[in-house]
Design a protein. Sequence first.
Length: 283
Amino acid sequence: MPDQPPDPFRIHDGLAVYRFGDSGDPVLLMPGPHRFQRPGLRSADALIDGLVALGRQVITFDPPGSGASTRPASLSMEEMHDCATESLDVCEVSDPVDVVGHSMGGLVTLAFTLEHPARVARLVLVGTGAGGPSYMDAPGALWNRSHPAFWRLAVLGTVHLVWPRLATERHLNNFVARHSFVDQRFVETEPVELRDWIRPKEGRAEWHRIARTVDYTPRLGEISVPTLVLCGTHDPQFPPTASKQLAEGITDSRLVFFEQSGHYPFIEEPDAFWAEVARFLAE
C-alpha cells in the first residue's frame, strides 16, 4: 500500500475515513487508538487485504491526531466510538455490521460493542483482552515482572518517558516487535537515525495508560452477538489467558488458538487464520 492515502479515502470534518473493496457486505476494522492498526501500517494492511480477499468491504479510519486525520485528539474511548460511528455514517452504513479488532483496537471494539450494541452484528477479536488486568498481570505477558524481558522493557520505557522522541519510541517498538513473533523472520524493525533523537514521537503512548485503567470483564455477559476470539499461543502482549477470559465471559463465542504464532497470527499463520475467519463469517 502506498505511503500516500489510497483511493478509497476521504476527509470528513478532519477525520480520515477509508473504504476498501468493491463489493460485499461492509465490515468495520477498528484501528488501534495508539497508531498501530491504521491503513498504511503492516498489521492493518494485512487485515484489510485478508478481509477484502474474503469478499468484504472494509471501513476504517485514522484516529484523530494520527495518519491523515487533521482533527485534534482528545484521547478517550468516547472519541474512538464517535469516530467509528461517524465512519459508518459517512459510508452510509446504517445496518449492524461485523466488527474486527486486533490488540488495543480489539479493546476499543469491545467497548464499542458494549456502548453501541445496535451497530454490531458479529465480533472478531484478535490478540486482545477485556482491559488492563487481563494483560498487565497475566503470566507470560511482556509487561509482567515475571517475564524475562520485563526489566529491559522497563528501562526502555523509562527512557522514552524521560525523552519522548522518535528514536526512543522506535527502540521501544522494535524491542516489543522482536518479542511478538515466534518466527523472527517475520519481524520488521524501524531504522533509527541520528536525527530521530530530536524528532517528535509519532505514537500515542497515553493510550497504554488509558487501557490500564479499564476492565470490561464484569460486562462481558452483556455481549449477545456471535463472537470469534483468536489468539497466538505465544502472544506476549495479550497472553492466551486474556482470550480465554473473553471466551468464557461472552456467551455466544468461539475460541481458536494458533500454536505457531505470537501477537500476529494473521501474519505468522495466515492460511489457518483466514480459514477460521471465513468459516465464522459464512455462518
